[in-house]
Design a protein around this ligand. Structure first.
Ligand code: ADP
Ligand code: MG
Length: 349
C-alpha cells in the first residue's frame, strides 16, 4: 500500500514536471527591435528574450553602457574621459594609471600594431584632428564644402610625433611621449561589441541577439528557429545596395572599414577617414572596403582598419596571424576572400 502511494506520487510529480517542461518548450522567445544612437553612431538592436520587458530593459542598459564607454573611457574629445586624460598627461614621467580594462585593450591594440608593422596606429590623434575627420560623418554638407587640405609642413611636423612603438605600457600605467595624442576611433566600435557580448552573457533571459554598432556587428546566442544569423555587407559603391550576405553559425563579430562612409571629394579626388600612418594621408591603394570576421570585437575592428591600410595581399597574411577571416573589395569591384570566408559569404545577384 505504502509503495502504491509512492508510485502514484511519483507519477503525479512526473506529470507536473512534463507539463512545465512542455510549457517552457512552447514559449517562443520574444523579439525586440530598437534603434538608438550612441558613440556618435547608430545602434540597431534585435534581441530575443524569454520575456519582452526584460529584453527592453537589456536594451536600455546596453545604451547606458555604450554611452559611458564613450564619455568616461574612449573619447579623446570628452575632457574627463580616460583617453583625454592620457593625452593631457603625455610627456609626464610618472605616466597615467589605467583601468585594468583599458590597459588590456591597449595591449591588444599594440599587438595588432606590431603585427601589421604600424598599419594600425592609434597615436595619430593629432593627425586625425588636422584632417577634421569627425566632421565628415553623416550628411554634414557644410563641413564637406568647407574642407581644406591640412598644411603640408604642419602635417609632416606632427607626423614626427606619432608612432605606436613609442607608447609604453608598464605595471598598469601608460607612458606617452610629449606631444603624442591617442585616437581610438579605429577600435572603439569593436570594443563596444565586446562590452555588449560580456553584458549579454550575464543575462539568462536573453536567448539570442544581433546588434550593430554603426556597422560593427555582434551575433549572440541562437535564433528561436535554430537558423543561422544573416549579416548583410554594404556595397561600397552603390548606395543602399548590399554586396552580399554572411551566413553565420554561432557567435561572431563583423567589422567593416571603407572609404565610402566618411569622405570628402575635392578636385575629383576622394579624401576618406582611414589614414596611412607612414604618410599622414588617406590610404590610396586598390581597396575600397574590407570586412573582417572574428570571435573578438576589438580584433575585428582593429584588423579591418589595418587591412585597409595594408591592401589585400598583406591583409590576408595579417588576419591569418589572428585566426580571423577577411573579405576585400577592390576599386575595380573585385571581391577577394580568405578561404574560410568563401564558405560564409554569398554575393548578391
Ligand atoms: P569606422 O570607424 O568607420 O568603422 P575604422 O574602424 O576603420 O572605420 O576607423 C577609422 C577611424 O580610425 C578614423 O576615423 C580615425 O579616427 C582612426 N584612424 C584612421 N586611420 C587610422 C590608422 N591607420 N590607424 C589607427 N586609427 C586610424
Ligand atoms: Mg576599424
Amino acid at each position: 500500500m505504502k509503495c502504491h502511494i509512492t508510485k502514484k506520487r511519483i507519477a503525479g510529480l512526473l506529470g507536473i514536471l512534463l507539463i512545465v517542461a512542455f510549457t517552457a518548450c512552447k514559449r517562443q522567445p520574444i523579439k525586440v527591435v530598437s534603434t538608438n544612437t550612441a558613440m556618435g553612431t547608430v545602434i540597431q538592436y534585435t534581441v530575443y528574450a524569454t520575456d519582452g520587458e526584460i529584453a527592453e530593459n537589456v536594451v536600455e542598459e546596453l545604451q547606458k553602457e555604450l554611452q559611458s564607454l564613450e564619455t568616461q573611457r574612449l573619447s579623446w574629445r570628452i575632457e574627463d574621459s580616460q583617453v583625454a586624460i592620457m593625452n593631457a598627461q603625455a610627456g609626464k614621467t610618472e605616466g597615467v594609471l589605467l583601468s585594468k580594462e583599458l590597459y588590456g585593450y591597449l595591449e591588444d591594440i599594440l599587438e595588432v600594431s606590431r603585427e601589421s608593422k604600424g598599419a594600425l596606429d592609434i597615436t595619430l590623434g593629432k593627425i586625425t584632428a588636422m584632417w577634421n575627420l569627425d566632421s565628415w560623418s553623416g550628411k554634414d554638407e557644410k563641413a564637406r564644402e568647407e574642407f581644406v587640405l591640412p598644411d603640408e609642413d604642419a602635417l609632416q611636423s606632427v607626423l614626427g610625433e606619432t608612432g605606436y612603438e613609442r607608447v609604453l605600457l608598464k605595471d598598469g600605467r601608460i607612458y606617452l611621449p610629449k606631444g603624442m595624442n591617442l585616437d581610438l576611433g579605429a577600435v572603439g566600435k569593436g570594443i563596444a561589441c565586446d562590452r555588449i557580448r560580456a553584458y549579454l552573457e550575464n543575462q539568462q533571459e536573453i536567448t539570442g541577439a544581433v546588434i550593430s554598432v554603426g556597422g560593427s556587428i555582434v551575433t549572440y546566442g541562437k535564433k528561436p528557429d535554430g537558423s543561422f544569423w544573416k549579416v548583410a555587407i554594404m556595397h561600397p559603391r552603390e548606395e543602399g545596395a548590399y554586396l552580399g550576405t554572411l551566413t553565420l553559425q554561432g557567435e561572431w563579430n563583423v567589422a567593416t572599414s571603407g572609404d565610402y562612409e566618411r569622405y570628402v571629394e575635392m578636385n575629383g579626388k576622394r579624401y576618406h577617414h582611414i589614414l596611412d600612418p607612414s604618410t599622414g594621408y588617406p590610404v590610396d591603394n586598390e581597396l575600397c572596403s574590407v570586412t573582417i570576421l572574428s570571435k573578438d570585437g576589438l580584433l575585428s575592428d582593429a584588423l579591418s582598419t589595418a587591412c585597409f591600410v595594408l591592401g589585400a595581399e598583406e591583409g590576408k597574411k595579417l588576419v591569418e596571424v589572428f585566426g580571423a577571416e577577411a573579405l576585400f573589395v577592390t576599386k575595380k569591384q573585385e571581391v577577394i576572400m580568405t578561404e574560410g570566408m568563401k564558405d560564409i559569404f554569398e554575393e548578391s545577384k
